[in-house]
Write a protein that binds this ligand. Sequence first.
Ligand code: PGA
Ligand code: ZN
Length: 425
Amino acid sequence: MALIQSVKAIQVLDSRGLPTVSCKITLDNGITASSTVPSGASTGTKEALELRDGGDFYKGKGVEKAVNNINTLINPLLEKLDPRDQQLIDQKLIDLDGTKDKSNIGANAILAVSLAVSHAAAKDNNVSLHEHFLEIYHNITGQKVNPSLPMPMLNILNGGEHADNNIDIQEFMIIPKGANTFKEAMRWSSEIYWNLKSILKEKKLSTGVGDEGGFAPNLQSNEEAIKLIIEAINASNLIPGEDVFIALDCAASEFYDGTKYNLAGENKSLDSTAFANYLEELVDKYPIISIEDGMDENDNEGWKILTEKIGSRCQLVGDDLFVTNKTIFQEGINNNLANSILIKFNQIGSITETIETIQIANKHSYKSIISHRSGETEDTTISDLAVGLGAGQIKTGAPCRSDRVAKYNRLLWIEEESPNINLSQ
Ligand code: PGA
Ligand code: ZN
């Protein structure tokens, strides 16, 4: 049973070319394990704090302070601890920080270590990371879950904060729900993606991509984006609403001014009820089965209206609304807001807290969707997390760009190596 010998971090770059924290743990038997943390752009205001240096270097976005906190404060704190004690280690990190939002040590520093601890324990136990997560979930919650391959939600058309186009809705995703295997789901998705590219080209629209690998053309309206995707599904000999469905992430906080939802791209300014009607019309017209952040993170009344209107027939996902925070999430559940939660471990800052939030979702029959951030790296921890916790769904961008496909590729390997783990339907 190997123990932690050292924890070392450096500053590396993410998919947007901005600094992020990478951490390596060495055990006393020579095993090493690494992690690198992601970073968002349309962040919720209640997320745990990503510590940035300020100053001139990297336009103030450096993370040398967070790196330094790992090398000088966390390294001695974790020496000789057992990496299997995830909960104890995460608690030590939370106590060391001492703030509610991890602003002292930095959520980026704490998460990097928390992830590397999981990787180190899995390696030392000689099990896959997803098997290790299954076990940690059991250790932390006392409950068992069934592992499964997550249904992917692929963001193939980007707008909002992730692109320089005029589309207000941030993400237009496809869900290849009719696929029988993960492999088939990825083939369908890639074929749709390529057909979408051809269609955009034919219409003389841009085929440049946004931060999550989806295309980012200028269009007349959000509805036009949906129509183009339907065309691409048809061109792939697949049936929209049968084989493949559509999901949206409005990231509505980005275009809410406190009273109105401003769709600049189509010259509309709508109050909560009118915006809920707008979304309802889209759900009526198109095979949309999931809408994330359909309302602003503080517009509880809007969330209630939207949930009452379409919550029974559409997955309504709280991202900025819940920020993977169990306290905020529980309040939302008590108020009947949404029916699903997006899980981003850097919103809360540790594996233990992420698992506690998923446990609450399971208890209240809210669906959990494991998610990447728009700023990503080669780290594929979320793939194993989605499988081991049987979350059922993952969203990790387009089938394009290595930072996105790394996660899908990891899932393809898990499927190959785990014949007993099936695709969640
Ligand atoms: P972010 O976007 O990583 O830029 O916050 C992702 C999302 O809103 O789901
Ligand atoms: Zn979102």
